[in-house]
Design a protein around this ligand. Sequence first.
Ligand SMILES: Nc1nc2c(ncn2[C@@H]2O[C@H](COP(=O)(O)OP(=O)(O)OP(=O)(O)O)[C@@H](O)[C@H]2O)c(=O)[nH]1
Ligand SMILES: [Mg+2]
Length: 214
Amino acid sequence: MFAHLQVILDGFRWLVNQYVSFQPFVSHEFIYINALLTYYGFIYKHANIVLFGLDGAGKSTLMNMLLHNRPHASRKHRMIDIPIKRVGTIFHTTHLPGHFQARRIWELAVPEYPKPDFGLVYIVDATAPERFAEAREALEKFLKLEGLKGVPLLVLGNKFDEPMAVEREGMVRALGLERLDEGALGDRPVNLVRCSAVYGIGYEDGFRWLSKVV
Ligand SMILES: Nc1nc2c(ncn2[C@@H]2O[C@H](COP(=O)(O)OP(=O)(O)OP(=O)(O)O)[C@@H](O)[C@H]2O)c(=O)[nH]1
Ligand SMILES: [Mg+2]
C-alpha cells in the first residue's frame, strides 16, 4: 500500500517538475508557488555534495546502495555529478577516492568560494578506532579550504552493524567534532549519524538532515 502511494507521489512530483522546468517566464506568483511546492516536497531541491573518506570507509558500498540498492554493484558508476534522489532533494554527488595518494585531489572537487547549495558527506569506519586520528587529520586539513567555509558537514559513522563499532559520542570526541560546533574550523552545521551502508540503515536520517541545511 505504502509502496503504491510512493509511486503515485513520485509520478506527481515528476509531472510538477516537468511543468516547472518548462515555464517560459518567471513571475512573483510563480516563485511563490515554487517555494511552496518545494517546501511540501513536490519539487526536488538541488544540492551539490562531495562524498569522501579514508580508504575502506565504505564510500563505494554506500554509493552502490544509493544508486542500485545493492552493496556490491557489477556496473561501474561515474564519479562526478551523480544525481541521487533522496528526501525530496537531488544530491549531485562527487564521489572521491580515499587512499592516501588520492587525497591530494580532494581539493579539486571544491569550488573556489563557498556556495550556498554545497554540502559534505564524510564517511568514517566506526570499527577502526586506530584510524580515527588519521580520519580527523584528513578532515581538518580539507575543511581549511576557502571554498568550504560554513559548508554543512554530515559525518557518517559507518559499519555500526558490527559489534565492535564505536558509539556516537566516542566518534564525535575522537574526530574533534565538538570543536567544530564551537566554530574552531569555521562556523558550519555539523552532524554525525551512525549507519550501515551494507544493510542500508541510518544514512537516510543523515541525508534528511543535510537536505534541510544545504
Ligand atoms: N560490516 C560492514 N562492512 C561494510 C559496510 N560498508 C562497507 N563495508 C565493507 O568495507 C569494505 C570497504 O568498503 P568500500 O565501500 O570498498 O570502501 P571505500 O570507502 O569505497 O574504499 P576506497 O575505494 O578504497 O576508498 C568492504 O569490504 C565493504 O563490504 C557496512 O556498513 N558494514
Ligand atoms: Mg571505493
